[in-house]
Every structure is written in structure tokens, then in C-alpha cells.
Write a protein that binds this ligand. Structure first.
Ligand code: PLP
Length: 407
């Protein structure tokens, strides 16, 4: 079996990682989903419908850009970016939302639930549900609802019901618990839309499958233009969905891969989300993987300047690829991310999502020593969503004044 086949295997086990660690009540639900998924992807009608939505609704294919100015500035490797920021709703998340949405309809389910922290996953889910005519309920910690008003507003305008979760610390963890309770009570008509390559089988396999279009396009775009494969791929890694989608098609090729975690304010303190630097193996959230947790399985509070990487777990396929030596893992600090964000805006005229700027921060470090090599990084999203963070990050006092005047 090739590595590509193995990463999408029907058991959802990747060496010691992955699996299906769910309450007895949900085993049947996961088995049904698994069966529906593997049947759907053998059905040309399903694939054609997905392709059309990807093209006409989401805006695929997304461009591969030669960053000529950035390349000159760094005076080393040739740098390219895959622009998933131009996908509808501004990030790669739409790829697995469309796939799961169509699958949900195929299974005859009319209701979708999701949990969200910063709101990006909730927003992509609500958008898909509006388009496909599905009822949408998004669980969100009450504290997050208060902090993320703009995304809550968008979700509500798309017709979704946003449920503020009052239990526990009123954050993402509590929203996940609430969504699980909902699923157990309503599994006959409800699909739980999990937004990354984590959780119980089949979610990691399924979301990698729906995301792999990204790397397939990159390979076609690059080889068509240059007649060979790139040398080096770089992506940021939160749960791992943009990373898996971007690198999947290259797993059996001689291409180096580095994934970049959130180093936050530094690895020696606890203010980061670098599972591979400071975490350990364990079982949680339906899967065996790497987590930032203590000996009792209690998750650490993580920190990152980017909400999408601020997460204590990581997908099992990523853990397997790391431990088997196929990929390298690095981290980028908040300050390096800030510099990368500024550099991309000034040189290429693109505001990158702070998540994706972790990948660019790594590229900035390595490019000067790699003259003649071709590096592609995945711009998993665009930066508009980060307006409230970036204005603070660069210390724009006038923006504060603007907000005061709005009130
Ligand atoms: C959500 C998000 C991420 C992190 O999620 P992955 O599953 O690790 O891809 C990265 N980039 C952007 C732009 C996001 O919105």
C-alpha cells in the first residue's frame, strides 16, 4: 500500500494513531457515516455534484502565485503561494464543509450541528447550510459569543441558530460537549460537522479526502508551468486540515514537507500551542494523537495570536507522518508571524490569515539558504477576518478611536 493509500485507509488507523474512541451510543452513528462516505466517493454523481459546487459556489480552482517580489526580497529560494484565501468565506474550510454537506443530504439528514471557538468554522458551516438548504445549529461558549460578535452576526444572518453554552468555562471545550449531547439525542436526523482532520474515524480520513483537491491543483499548476515537482512544501498546522489537503497528493513524491505550529510567546512558557514540541501522546476527543495535556489528561490552555492554531490537539494522520519521519515540524512565534504578515502585504499586496503567516514565517527563515529551490507555502486563508487583532498587533491608535466613535 502506498503512503497515500494508507493515509486514507478504511480502518482510520495510522500506526498507533487515530481510531474510534467514542461512547458506545455513538459507535453506530460513526459506522453509518463511514459507510455513507466510502459509498459516496465511489459514486460519480456525488463527485460531479461536489465538483460543480466547488467551482461555481466556492470559486475553485484557486490560484498558485509566484511571489516574485518576496523572492527578490529574501534573495534565496523561489517562493510560491497557493491562495486558498480566495475561496468563498476566505479560507480552505469550505472544502470539507461542502463535502460533508452533500454527504449529509445523501444520508437523508436535514440538520447540521457544529461547534466553534472563534467562529470561522461556524461561519463556513452556516454558509454551506444556507446554500444546501440545511438547518444549522452552532454551539459556542458564552464567552466566545461575546468576544466574537462579528462572526455571530454573520452566522445569524445566514439563518443559523447560534447557541451560547453557559456551562463550564463557557469556551470551545464546553461547546464541544454540548454538540456531543445534541448528537446523542438527535442522531437520526442530525449530522455533526467536524471542522478539521481530528476526532473519531471517519472524520480524519473524510476531511483529508475533501481537502486533498488543494494539493492536486498545486501539483497540476506547478508541473504544467515548470515541468517538474516543487522541492519544498510548507503549511501551518492547527487540527491539520489545510496541511493535509495541501500535502496529501505529494506524500509519495520526493518533496520535503514542513508543518508549522503556533509557538505563541515562546515554547518554554505555556503560552503556545506546539503539540509536537511540548506535548505527548494520548487518547482524547475520539482519537489517539498528540495533545498538550498533563498526566491526568487535563488539556493545557493554549495560546496563539491566531485563533485557528490555538488548539491543544492535532489530527492523527499528522502525528503519524511526524513520527514516521515523512514530515518535519517547526513552530513560529507571534512576533515572527507579525513580521511575515507585514512582509506579504508590502511585497505581494496580500493580507494573509495569521494562521497561514506561521507557514510564511518558516519560509522567511529557510529561503535565504535555498537558492535555486522552489518552495510553495499554503495561504490557508485571507486576513480580513483578523482586522481586530492586526490593528492591535501593529498598534494602530486611530482604529481604537474609530471604534469609540462607532459607539
Ligand atoms: C481554521 C484555520 C486554520 C487551522 O485549521 P487546520 O485544520 O489546521 O487547517 C488554518 N488557517 C486558516 C485560515 C483557518 O481558518
Amino acid at each position: 500500500m502506498s503512503l497515500k493509500q494508507y493515509i486514507l485507509n478504511k480502518q482510520g488507523k495510522f500506526g498507533e494513531f487515530g481510531g474510534r474512541f467514542v461512547p458506545e451510543m455513538l459507535v453506530g452513528v460513526m459506522e453509518d457515516l463511514e459507510k455513507a462516505f466510502f459509498e459516496a466517493i465511489e459514486d460519480q454523481g456525488f463527485i460531479d455534484e461536489l465538483d460543480l459546487l466547488r467551482q461555481d459556489f466556492a470559486g475553485r480552482k484557486t490560484p498558485l502565485l509566484f511571489c516574485e517580489n518576496l523572492t527578490k526580497e529574501l534573495d534565496g529560494a523561489n517562493i510560491f503561494l497557493k491562495n486558498e484565501g480566495l475561496l468563498h468565506t476566505g479560507a480552505h474550510k469550505m472544502n470539507h464543509c461542502l463535502g460533508q454537506g452533500l454527504l449529509c443530504k445523501r444520508m437523508g439528514k436535514k440538520r447540521v450541528i457544529a461547534e466553534t471557538g472563534a467562529g470561522q468554522h461556524g461561519l463556513a458551516t452556516a454558509t454551506m447550510c444556507a446554500k444546501l438548504g440545511l438547518e444549522c445549529v452552532v454551539y459556542m461558549g458564552a464567552k466566545d459569543v461575546a468576544r466574537q460578535r462579528p462572526n455571530v452576526f454573520w452566522m445569524e444572518q445566514l439563518g443559523a441558530t447560534v447557541v451560547p453554552v453557559q456551562e463550564g468555562g463557557q469556551v470551545l471545550r464546553d461547546a464541544i460537549n454540548a454538540a456531543m449531547r445534541d448528537l446523542m439525542a438527535n442522531s437520526s436526523d442530525t449530522h455533526y460537522l467536524l471542522g478539521t482532520v481530528c476526532g473519531s474515524h471517519p472524520y480524519p480520513v473524510m476531511n483529508t479526502y475533501f481537502q486533498k483537491i488543494v494539493g492536486e491543483e498545486v501539483k497540476e499548476q506547478f508541473t504544467e508551468r515548470y515541468g517538474k515537482l516543487p522541492d519544498y512544501l510548507v503549511a501551518c498546522v492547527g487540527g491539520g486540515s489545510n496541511a493535509m489537503g495541501f500535502v496529501y497528493d505529494f506524500l509519495d513524491d520526493e518533496v520535503d514537507i514542513t508543518l508549522v505550529e503556533a509557538g505563541g510567546k515562546g515554547i518554554h512558557q505555556r503560552d503556545h500551542a506546539a503539540r509536537f514540541q511540548a506535548g505527548s501522546k494520548g487518547v482524547s476527543e475520539g482519537m489517539k494523537s498528540y495533545f498538550l495535556h498533563d498526566e491526568d489528561g487535563q488539556m493545557y490552555l493554549t495560546h496563539s495570536i491566531s485563533a485557528g492554531l490555538d488548539y491543544s490537539g492535532v489530527g492523527p494522520q499528522v502525528s503519524y507522518l511526524k513520527d514516521s519521519g515523512r514530515i518535519n515540524v517547526d513552530f513560529a512565534l507571534d512576533d515572527e508571524v507579525k513580521n511575515a504578515w507585514k512582509m506579504l502585504a508590502r511585497t505581494e499586496g496580500i493580507f494573509g490569515a495569521l494562521e497561514s503567516m506561521h507557514a510564511l514565517a518558516h519560509v522567511i527563515k529557510i529561503a535565504p539558504q535555498m537558492k535555486g529551490k522552489n518552495i510553495i507555502f499554503n495561504l490557508s486563508g485571507r486576513g480580513d477576518k483578523d482586522l481586530f487583532i492586526t490593528t492591535k498587533m501593529v498598534g494602530d491608535e486611530n482604529f481604537k478611536e474609530f471604534l469609540r466613535n462607532q459607539i
